[in-house]
Design a protein around this ligand. Structure first.
Ligand code: AMP
Length: 480
């Protein structure tokens, strides 16, 4: 199928052509005709599938007729994080370059005065995070009863972050006669219940989870002792032809520590996490996109949905405790059919998370050996073998497998999670639009995001499964 077959206007098609897209992605193919028909859409799609264009392209055409009125936006797009909101705004600028539409981006960390001025002039499209939008509503700066098209993007993330009450409040201020597009990466029962509240006879469109990204991504595990994590990462960085890379840590306090270490060793690196000011985050991201920063150390929450093409590598400095996060992380590389590499540094106490990950990606991830670190990888494999035993032997092996764990009284158990910084007051949370941070105060996340914890139960999972022959030299894998 071609873009021209979707019923989009010549202005939008011209803008799309200039981006160099050859054909619509599956979610675009499925959703765009229904959005143009004015139908409500319930979409299951993740970032990376082209879902932003699946709603922005038809919205530009829908908005082409009609005029913006002061403080009364005609359409509203809700995003869970500032970065995602800013990205959608970029998309609107790109795809709407031949359509005369006005847009305002309402996110925290930016001046209210500039946002007020835009609203006063009248905007066709309002792109906002829920907290900042409600601040404007409460200040009487924006009226939502003129909104004819609503997009709720990344709804599952909104739920994880405790934003649903805010979203419900916003929706209650909109006219009931409107078009609603609801997107979520996953479609659980809770999501459907929520969607039922907002949508009317929706057309359901879904694209499969991008486990397929794994096909273009060479994956590998490096098993090391805790103290060897940083040296192992450095070795990988030196060996691999890294153009740009995301390096993921599970906890945001580790992001800064790792950044400091990498910089000390002369690597060109930057960091992204929820404690940074908005301007600093944007600046870092722009530098990374421009290639001025080569390595971006980040947390899952801060990096969620950030769209940077041509990332050659993803390094998991920590094994993600939830398998879906592994998919999200490695989906940053190997995009659009390009070759990508995703390496995960694993301590023995983290091997228990590998089972779920391997089930989700549908394959065993090979254990790599790195020159000079063979011994460590060897040890990992030996332990994996030992784990195959039963009874007391296996137990012993497990105990040994946790050798790199700190003492039991370690304070790690209460160490802050990546998304743990709770704002003291609700208004502060809004002003900072500290989307990640707000989560914990309002409502616990759907899944308990347990920090990698060294006092966890005995090692199970990969330790039981990976045979030694899976160990292949790094270079061989990297050339795949
Ligand atoms: P999204 O899922 O909206 O975050 O989009 C992921 C990436 O895919 C972005 O870099 C888009 O620019 C890109 N993209 C969107 N639509 C297409 C398309 N039809 N062909 C190629 N790339 C696309």
């Amino acid at each position: 199928m071609k873009f021209a077959d979707l019923g989009l206007s010549p202005e939008v098609l011209k803008a799309v052509e200039e981006t160099g897209y050859e054909s619509p992605t599956p979610i675009q193919e499925k959703a765009i005709p229904y959005v143009l028909m004015g139908r409500d859409v319930l979409g299951t799609a993740q970032t990376g599938t082209g879902k932003t264009a699946s709603f922005t392209l038809p919205m530009i055409d829908i908005l082409a007729s009609g005029q913006a009125k002061a403080r009364m936006p005609r359409s509203l797009i809700l995003e869970p994080t500032r970065e995602l909101a800013a990205q959608v705004a970029d998309n609107f600028e790109t795809y709407g370059k031949y359509s005369k539409l006005s847009m305002a981006l309402l996110i925290g960390g930016m001046s209210f005065a500039d946002q007020d001025a835009k609203l006063d002039k009248g905007v066709d499209v309002l792109i906002a995070t829920p907290g900042r939008l409600l601040d404007h509503v409460e200040r009487g700066k924006v009226l939502l009863n003129g909104v004819k098209t609503l997009v709720i993007d990344e709804a599952d993330r909104m739920m994880d972050m405790g934003f649903i009450p805010d979203v419900e409040r916003i929706v209650s201020l909109l006219p009931p006669l409107r078009q609603t597009l609801f997107f979520s990466a996953t479609m659980s029962k809770d999501m459907r219940k929520l969607a039922d509240k907002f949508l009317l006879n929706p057309k359901e469109v879904a694209v499969s989870l991008p486990t397929s990204t794994a096909a273009t991504v060479t994956q590998g595990l490096v098993i090391v002792k805790r103290a060897e994590k940083r040296p192992a990462l450095r070795k990988l960085l030196e060996k691999e032809e890294v153009k740009t890379a995301f390096i993921f840590c599970n906890r945001k306090k580790d992001v800064d520590i790792l950044l400091g270490s990498l910089m000390k060793h002369g690597f060109n690196a930057g960091a992204l996490h929820g404690d940074m000011s908005q301007s600093h985050r944007m600046e870092t991201l722009d530098k990374f996109k421009a290639g001025e920063i080569k390595l971006l150390v980040c947390s899952d929450v801060a990096a969620r949905g950030i769209d940077v093409s041509s990332v050659s590598h993803v390094f998991n400095f920590d094994v993600p405790t939830h398998a879906e996060d592994y998919i999200h992380r490695i989906g940053r590389t190997g995009r659009a059919g390009q070759e990508g590499h995703a390496y995960t540094i694993v301590t023995k106490s983290e091997t228990k998370y590998l089972d779920g990950i391997q089930k989700l990606v549908g394959r065993d991830i090979p254990i790599l050996s790195i020159d000079g670190m063979d011994q460590i990888a060897e040890e990992g494999a030996v332990i994996a073998e030992r784990e195959k035993g039963s009874g007391r032997d296996a137990k012993k092996g497990r105990r040994r497998a946790n050798d790199d764990a700190p003492p039991a009284k370690s304070s790690r158990k209460s160490a802050p999670r990546d998304d743990d910084k709770a704002p003291s007051k609700k208004s502060e949370a809004r002003n900072a639009d500290a989307t990640e941070e707000k989560t914990k105060d309002k409502k616990p996340p759907r899944r308990s995001r347990q920090a990698n914890d060294d006092q966890d139960p005995p090692v199970v999972g990969l330790g039981d499964n990976i045979p030694a022959f899976f160990k292949i030299p790094l270079r061989k894998t990297a050339q795949k």
